[in-house]
Unconditional design. Structure first.
Length: 137
């Protein structure tokens, strides 16, 4: 392992007045080292980016080859193709889906899908003697 002086981080300057060698690094030397390190970091970042691009291209080619070999299409990968999906995946959940109205009050515009409890407007109309079929859409 190199010491601080051998690695170039510190340079020896002689202090002529006292005759003693003092380890000092000037600002100019530090700035030069910083510029060199920044240049090296930039070069390394470029190498990393090139390696990523190369690796990505190789992976994409491998995926394309496997897709061709096994007859897999892009539609199957994106999930747009319902064929090949499991029965559970093909079933959609009714939660949150809107259902078309099956009964409508022509006078007020109130609607009911026919699911769940009858709305109050329909109960009141049925109590007056009207039939459920009168409101069918």
């Amino acid at each position: 392992m190199l010491g601080l002086f051998e690695s170039g981080l510190y340079t020896r300057r002689s202090n002529v007045a006292s005759g003693v060698n003092v380890a000092m690094v000037t600002i100019q030397e530090l700035l030069a080292q910083q510029a060199a390190l920044a240049k090296q970091a930039s070069a390394l970042a470029e190498q990393i980016e090139n390696a990523r691009r190369s690796e990505r291209a190789a992976v994409l080619n491998q995926i394309k080859a496997l897709m061709t070999e096994h007859g897999v299409s892009l539609a199957e990968l994106s999930g747009n193709n319902k064929a090949g999906r499991g029965a559970r995946a093909a079933k959609s959940s009714p939660t949150g889906r809107k259902v078309a109205a099956k009964f409508r009050d022509g006078a007020t515009g109130n609607t009911w899908s026919g699911r769940g409890l009858q709305p109050n407007w329909l109960k009141a109309a049925l109590q007056t003697g009207r039939q459920l079929q009168d409101f069918a859409v």
